[in-house]
Every structure is written in structure tokens, then in C-alpha cells.
Design a protein around this ligand. Structure first.
Ligand code: NAD
Ligand code: TYD
Length: 332
């Protein structure tokens, strides 16, 4: 297959490109990425020189950039390009509305004109928070952050383009991912790298909020399956069955790194902080997918990766991220 991967220099996109080229040696990938603060060409440095991989810097909101990429003749687009961090969406929502809604519209228009399949990567956050039980793909969308609302807007456009124009599109809504190459603004890499730097970890509120932690490679396998076998117009939830409160998660990271709870800095809660995300993933299981990596195993691998790849995250933490972080927490 010829795949146009958008946002492939980010966390999940870069893991996905590496996964696809490993699992499907005959595939080719064009990666279209704007290289925002979250996009890092170093995430795919190991593919330099691979004739099956090429990169184009461009914006999914630009008709011209998308047209140029479509001229390459992809069989499908897999869209990871997005603004993705809830906390940043609370401070400055506009970029989220632009990329996560208008950008999806541009890709849908291109798919409509050229009859190309779209796999749109979304999130469980579009359903909002749930105290008990799990959301199915039929559950209503009740987003609570500007990030989640923008992602929900993109998802609704995908639905409309399938129904109105017959565009061949599917949506994947996964739970929280973690693993190598995740930008250290998200909780797991932030906590691991803070601890490696000798800092504390800023835990929001009382640490009772719950997330279901999906190892990124498990998600890449699910996305690849939906790309090849998912039914047009359908949504597929992807979860891991690895729910933990943030305090439990923090304790696991501390234990793996041989540190104690004095390293926790309790900080004020996030506004509108969703208590719990949980999705029912029986539909993607019917396609033949199961998560393989437990949180214990995945965290071990992830701590190891950040330990061994300081050259990857140290420039990030001393660059763009430092200003962002210092404004929030000072020298925690
Ligand atoms: P990320 O923030 O690490 O990377 C986003 C990438 O998109 C970056 O490379 C960035 O440069 C690029 N990008 C941003 N705006 C763009 C634009 N206008 N045009 C082209 N490229 C642009 O994100 P991630 O964590 O890898 O998430 C990827 C997708 O998965 C997102 O759609 C996100 O909503 C979804 N998702 C993420 C998680 C998670 O836990 N990380 C969970 C569920 C769903
Ligand atoms: P995050 O990684 O930002 O993902 P999301 O908000 O999309 O789920 O946060 C995961 C959980 O960790 C969430 O409940 C908020 C919490 N959190 C902290 O306690 N401290 C932090 O510094 C961050 C970034 C998140």
C-alpha cells in the first residue's frame, strides 16, 4: 500500500510509520507534517535512506500542501496530525480548532475528490468522562476540554462526509497511549524525565483520576488492522484494560525508578479535569485485535527508553518545553 501519513513526526505517527514499514515490507509512506513544537524529525531518523519512506513539510489545513501530497498517489491517508495536549488547549484553544477541525475538513475534501480512504485517528476523550462502565462506539459525544471538543468536531465531519458524499473513512478512538518518542508534556514521559533530572512530579488534584493505559505499539497494530480491515463509516474504540488512578500510576513509576513519594509535588487540579475515560473495545477485538502489553511491562520498557535516550528528550526539555513548564510550575 501507498500511505499518506499526516502528523507522522509526532509520537503515535512515528511509531506507526516504523510499525507499518516493518510489518509490510512492500508498503511505502509519505509523511506530511507541519513540524509544530510536537513534531520532531528525529523520531524517524532511523528511516533516513529507506527508499520506502519520504517526508514533506506541510500543513493539513493548506489546500496546496494537501494537494501536493495527494499527487503522490496514496491508496489511503492515516491522519495523526493534531494539536493534542489538553492543558495547552485550556490555555490557547485556537490552534486546536484550526488543525483538529479545519485540517480534517481539508483531508476529507481531498479524499472526496480523489476517492481515497481516510483512517482518522481520534480519541476516547470525545465521549467525555464516565464514572462506571465503558463507552461503546454508539455512546453520545460529550467532550469537556477544548481539545476533546475539537476532536469531536473532526469526528462529526468524518461521519458527515461518509453519509453525504460516500467518502471511504473510518475512525479509531483509543485510550491514553504511552511509550517511546512521546513528547514530555504528557504525564508518563513528563514524570519519568523529571525524575531522571532529579525533579519532582506535579500530580494534579488528589491523584484519583483514572486513565486506561495503552502501549503505543498495541495501538499501532489496531490502527493498521482498521486501515486494512475496518468497515467504511465505522468507528473502532481501542482500549487496554489497564486502568490506573494517576496516583497508582505515579507510584508504579516511582517504584520502577527506585524513588519514594517525597518526589510527588501535589499541584492544583486541571480545570474541567475528566475523572475517568473508559471504552469498550469488543468491536476491534472482532477484527482480531487484542492488547498485548501490560502497563507493568510497558512502563518498564518506557522508563528504559527514556533512560537510554536522553539525547532525544534533553533538547526538548531545555528548549520550547522549558518556557511552557516554567510558566506553569516554576522550578518543580
Ligand atoms: P503529537 O502531539 O505527538 O503529534 C502531533 C503531530 O502532528 C506532530 O508531529 C505535529 O507536528 C503534527 N501536526 C500538528 N498540526 C499539524 C498540521 N496542521 N499539519 C500537519 N501536521 C501537523 O500527537 P500524538 O500523541 O502522536 O497523537 C496523534 C493522534 O492520536 C492525535 O490525533 C491525537 O488526538 C490522537 N490520540 C492521541 C493519544 C495519546 O495518548 N497520545 C490518545 C488517543 C488519541
Ligand atoms: P495527560 O498525559 O495530559 O493526558 P490526558 O489529559 O489527555 O488524559 O494526562 C493524563 C492524566 O495525568 C490526567 O488525568 C492529568 C494527569 N496529569 C498530572 O497529574 N500531572 C501532569 O503534569 C500532567 C501533564 C497530567
Amino acid at each position: 500500500m501507498r500511505l499518506l501519513v499526516t502528523g507522522g513526526c509526532g509520537f503515535i505517527g512515528s511509531n506507526f510509520i516504523r510499525y507499518v514499514l516493518r510489518e509490510h515490507p512492500g508498503d511505502e509512506v509519505l509523511n506530511l507534517d507541519k513540524l509544530t513544537y510536537a513534531g520532531n524529525p528525529a523520531n524517524l531518523r532511523d528511516l533516513a535512506g529507506d527508499p520506502r519512506y519520504r517526508f514533506a513539510r506541510g500543513d493539513i489545513c493548506s489546500r496546496e500542501d494537501v494537494e501536493n501530497a495527494m499527487d503522490w498517489g496514496p491508496d489511503a491517508i492515516v491522519n495523526f496530525a493534531a494539536e493534542t495536549h489538553v492543558d495547552r488547549s485550556i490555555v490557547d484553544p485556537e490552534a486546536f480548532l484550526v488543525t483538529d477541525i479545519l485540517g480534517v475538513f481539508r483531508l476529507l475534501e481531498a479524499c472526496r475528490e480523489r476517492g481515497v480512504r481516510l483512517v482518522h485517528i481520534s480519541t476516547d476523550e470525545v465521549y467525555g468522562s464516565i464514572e462506571k462502565g465503558s463507552f461503546t462506539e454508539e455512546s453520545p459525544l460529550r467532550p469537556n476540554s477544548p481539545y476533546a471538543a475539537s476532536k469531536a468536531g473532526g469526528d462529526l465531519l468524518v461521519r458527515a462526509y461518509v453519509r453525504t458524499y460516500g467518502v471511504d473513512a473510518v475512525i479509531v478512538r483509543s485510550s491514553n497511549n504511552y511509550g517511546p518518542y512521546q513528547y514530555p508534556e504528557k504525564v508518563i514521559p513528563l514524570f519519568i524525565t523529571n525524575l531522571l533530572e532529579g525533579r519532582k512530579v506535579p500530580l494534579y488534584g488528589d491523584g484519583s483520576n483514572v486513565r486506561d493505559w495503552l502501549y503505543v505499539e498495541d495501538n499501532c497494530r489496531a490502527i493498521d488492522l482498521v486501515l486494512r480491515k475496518g468497515r467504511t463509516g465505522e468507528v473502532y474504540n481501542v482500549g487496554a484494560g489497564q486502568e490506573r488512578s494517576n496516583l497508582e500510576l505515579t507510584r508504579s513509576i516511582l517504584a520502577l525508578m527506585g524513588l519514594g513519594e517525597e518526589k510527588i509535588a501535589w499541584v492544583p487540579d486541571r480545570p474541567g479535569h475528566d475523572y475517568r475515560y473508559s471504552v469498550d473495545w469488543s468491536k476491534v477485538r472482532e477484527l482480531g485485535w487484542e492488547p498485548r502489553v501490560t502497563l507493568e511491562e510497558g512502563l518498564k520498557r518506557t522508563v528504559e527508553w527514556y533512560r537510554e535516550n536522553r539525547h532525544w528528550w534533553e533538547p526538548i526539555k531545555s528548549g520550547e518545553f522549558r518556557t511552557y513548564y516554567l510558566e506553569r510550575y516554576g522550578e518543580i
